[in-house]
Design a protein around this ligand. Structure first.
Ligand SMILES: *Cc1c(COP(=O)(O)O)cnc(C)c1O
Length: 354
């Protein structure tokens, strides 16, 4: 029997809908033409987040992809190589845009839990010679999406950044979920951000805003990124309407991310009871990547079986599924999803074989 409370959507923390109060804040926001830099709400958001990140300036952009890509673009020049961990979002999930739009090649380096080691970065930097591409930048992602919301140890980020700086490279931090790292560890946002020249953060993930990301860096960096934003078609006009959603999210929904982390831990508890399921990475924030091969079923069969019972999760690989907790699923709903998974998944392998 399907769950009585309707679908429990654990596919992503992007599926949240703006609350009534957030919508009211958006309707009431003072606005202006942001290309003239006259939108007071955008200006307030940019100043506030840049300050939280300890950077001189911020720039509001439509998406995390645009934010990352503007940062990479601004840190490098065409033909450069950018060092990334092999499961990086910029490598896997941004449509090849670093190559298509900025003429960059991304050099992927293995790294446990989504982290680069300073030694691996050191080894990967190209010597200066006319055969080689120029290494232009190093990119880090915290929390790490594809590796299950894992949190980079700050010391490791500092060590990687030190190697990059010693070689004169730019450092970019994809902090789409830096909020989660901050809430999970208590480490200040600006301590993480200090490791990088440019930082990208998202408001439309766990924080529950409908649209928007922001990049931050030095005044000079952000001026150039602004110019690139225009080229990429990301300069918006009365964008205060959406920036207000982001401000509301920061002021009201940041602290509650710990609930998402608790809910992910609860869900992990249920899934660990199922023989044949393996949670691939330590559960530190709001993402679970689960290997299902031991059930004798494919990830697609698991996604389908759960969907039929009103629990939505997503396909992470042929043998892996992903669950993400967020503000639109309550602790009770997560428990119900966990109970359902624990009930139906053990029988799935034998059913799949018949
Ligand atoms: C979602 C995400 C992005 C990009 O966000 P969009 O707004 O979907 O373009 C970038 N980096 C990471 C780690 C993400 O999870």
């Amino acid at each position: 029997m399907p769950l009585p409370i309707g679908p429990i959507d654990l596919r992503s923390d992007t599926v949240t809908k703006p609350s009534e109060a957030m919508r009211r804040a958006m309707v009431a926001a003072p606005v202006g033409d942001d290309v003239y830099r006259e939108d007071p709400t955008v200006n307030r958001l940019q100043e506030m987040v840049a300050d939280w990140l300890g950077k001189e300036a911020g720039l509001f952009v439509p998406s995390g992809t645009m934010s990352n890509q503007l940062c990479l673009r601004t840190l490098t020049r065409a033909g450069d190589e950018v060092i990334v961990q092999e499961d990086a979002h910029v490598l896997l999930y941004e449509g090849g845009s670093a190559a298509a739009l900025s003429g960059l090649q991304l050099r992927s380096v293995p790294g446990e839990l989504g982290f680069l080691s300073p030694e691996a970065v050191e080894r990967t930097i190209r010597p200066k010679a006319e055969h080689f591409p120029r290494t232009g930048a190093v990119e880090m992602e915290n929390t790490h999406n594809r590796c299950g919301g894992t949190v980079w140890p700050l010391e490791q980020m500092e060590a990687v950044a030190a190697v990059a700086r010693a070689h004169g490279l730019g450092v970019h931090l994809d902090g789409a979920r830096l909020w989660n790292a901050h809430m999970a560890t208590g480490i200040p946002l600006r301590a993480y951000a200090a490791t990088a020249d440019s930082v990208s953060v998202c408001f439309s993930k766990g924080l529950g805003a409908p649209v928007g990301s922001l990049l931050a860096g030095s005044e000079e960096f952000v001026e150039e990124a602004r110019n690139n934003r225009k080229r990429y078609g990301g300069a918006m006009r009365q964008a205060g309407i959406i920036a207000a959603g982001a401000l509301y999210a920061l002021e009201n929904n940041l602290e509650r991310l710990v609930e998402d982390h608790e809910n992910a831990a609860t869900l992990a508890g249920y899934l660990r009871q199922v023989p044949g399921l393996e949670i691939v990475h330590p559960v530190q924030t709001n993402i679970l990547i689960v290997a299902v091969g031991g059930l004798g079923a494919t990830a697609e069969q698991v996604v389908t079986a759960l969907r039929e019972q009103g629990v939505l999760c997503s396909l992470a690989a042929f043998d892996r599924v992903r669950f993400v907790t967020h503000m639109d699923v309550s602790a009770d709903a997560v428990k119900a999803a966990g109970e359902m998974a624990a009930r139906i998944l053990p029988g799935l392998g034998s059913a799949a074989k018949t």
